[in-house]
Design a binder for this molecule. Structure first.
Ligand code: NAP
Length: 311
């Protein structure tokens, strides 16, 4: 039995992804990596009840803290089913309120959406099965050409994004831009990591779930905008393509990560079930390399650290 690790599976798209994984992977162990053990246990009960899956566990992981990432690795690696067949980096936030910091003092959207999943992935690499998949939940909002109404990302090094200089932008725009930039970072990471793993059968892909109203992602928006997101946006799916329910997107994410239909997909970007091109910036090899090396520097990982083979 191998493990499928899913972050952000206590609600929204990740929960539905875990539900689908439980249906299509009855003989694997599902690990719900979450910061709130009560929510993790509720998700497990719910999924077990609906699918009868026997091997779902939760393990503490708070992406706001790199220490928590290291503790997760320690706990995961010492349990019996520590070979990973799929890692699904799905957890993410969009903070449009006052800027917040992670435990290490990084701007929180950047820290939670990029730095911690990057670190988690690097530290888990030695435990990957030779055919493992690594999937990042990105977002179409990273691409200005998609005209999603979100501010365009601005590429910067990890250090500049971790310690941003104050901007004259409104809170909402600044927070949204940090979010779209973090999603561009996910895709740049996917392409760079796949290149570094090119002599292996491990596949690394990015997934855009589309607009999925009603999840917890809008939790820092004003009550009015949350109301619109929960009650008006869901209706858009009848008129606009790429507006989805969490159930539909979660299912697609699970299939991309585990189903045989995607076993040849390496270093690709999927909008739902469709492989499409991501933004022009995401293919910029210099950006990919700069983000990679500056994130490694930020994490202060040294060449000789044995657990990290790709530095
Ligand atoms: N909804 C959309 O329209 C949309 C569109 C494009 C992309 N996405 C992406 O889809 C992914 C899932 O979002 P969602 O819409 O399903 O939102 P959601 O309902 O808010 O789910 C986010 C998940 O991430 C977890 N999480 C947040 N901060 C965490 C932390 N510090 N440590 C560990 N886990 C943490 C949350 O756990 P808690 O329960 O503990 O808060 C929750 O399980 C995100 O990466 C998001 O960027 C969403």
């Amino acid at each position: 039995m191998k493990s499928i690790i899913i972050t952000g599976a206590t609600g929204g798209i990740g929960f539905e992804c875990a539900m689908q994984i439980a249906k299509i992977a009855p003989n694997e162990q599902i690990v719900i990596a979450c910061r709130n053990q009560k929510s993790g246990n509720e998700a497990i009960q719910n999924i077990k009840q609906k699918t009868r899956h026997k091997n779902i566990i939760s393990m503490p992981l708070d992406l706001e803290s790199l220490q928590s990432v290291r503790e997760f690795i320690k706990q995961f690696s010492t349990q019996p089913h520590n070979k990973i067949i799929a890692l699904i980096n799905n957890a993410g936030i969009q903070n449009v309120a006052e800027k917040k910091l992670t435990k290490e003092g990084f701007e929180s959207t950047f820290g939670i959406n990029h730095v911690a999943p990057f670190y988690l992935t690097l530290l888990l690499l030695p435990l990957m099965d030779s055919n493992a998949s690594i999937t990042f939940t990105a977002s179409g909002t990273h691409d200005p050409k998609q005209k999603t109404g979100m501010p365009a990302p601005i590429f910067k090094s990890a250090k500049e994004l971790a310690y941003p200089t104050p901007t004259a932008e409104k809170l909402l725009t600044a927070g949204q831009r940090r979010y779209t930039t973090s999603k561009l970072n996910n895709i740049l990471t996917v392409y760079e990591l796949q290149r570094k793993l090119s002599n292996t059968d491990i596949r690394v892909n990015a997934f855009d779930p589309g607009l999925v109203p009603g999840t917890g992602l809008a939790r820092t928006y004003s009550p009015f905008l949350r109301f619109v997101s929960n009650n008006v946006f869901p209706l858009l799916r009848f008129f606009i393509p790429n507006v989805n329910t969490a159930k539909n997107s979660g299912k697609r994410l699970a299939n991309l990560a585990y189903s045989d239909s995607y076993k040849n997909a390496k270093g690709k970007y999927f909008e739902g079930i469709k492989e499409i091109k991501s933004s022009t910036d995401s293919y910029n090899v210099e950006y990919q390399d700069t983000l990679w090396t500056s994130t490694i520097d930020l994490l202060d990982i040294k060449q000789n650290e044995t657990s990290v083979s790709l530095v």
